[in-house]
Design a protein around this ligand. Structure first.
Ligand SMILES: CC(=O)Nc1ccn([C@H]2C[C@H](O)[C@@H](CO)O2)c(=O)n1
Length: 106
């Protein structure tokens, strides 16, 4: 596995990431290859605009059905909102990965 050094987020999540309200992201198999204790550059998905660096804390597998209110809280969402977003981005995917991170302050 070659660890990724870059991650993208939809623009609408930028404020929550920069304010520290969103401290994890849930991705599929193709987007899970991040190395704990390394820093990654963060870009918007839409414009590929750099907006911060994150340090990857850990990556944990999770099944869609096992998502909890605690995951949602760390996404600054309700569980219903989180499940809806995941189903929109990764339709029909049950095996997912939780990527925990911290904002790197300059
Ligand atoms: C932009 C891109 O390539 N992929 C994603 C995937 C997920 N997110 C957000 C949406 C939710 O807040 C969580 C759960 O996956 O992460 C995202 O911004 N961009």
């Amino acid at each position: 596995m070659v660890p990724k050094s870059k991650i993208t987020f939809f623009e609408r999540f930028e404020v929550d990431i920069l304010s520290g309200k969103k401290t994890l992201t849930i991705r599929n198999e193709e987007e899970k290859d991040y190395q704990p204790n390394t820093q990654v550059n963060v870009y918007t998905y839409e414009q590929e605009r750099w907006f911060c660096r994150l340090i990857i804390l850990r990556v944990e597998p999770i099944l869609f059905e096992n998502l909890t209110i605690e995951h949602a809280r760390q996404e600054n969402m309700t569980l219903a909102e989180l499940k809806t977003i995941i189903q929109e981005i990764y339709p029909g995917i049950n095996q997912l990965y939780v990527i925990y991170y911290e904002l790197v302050t300059p």
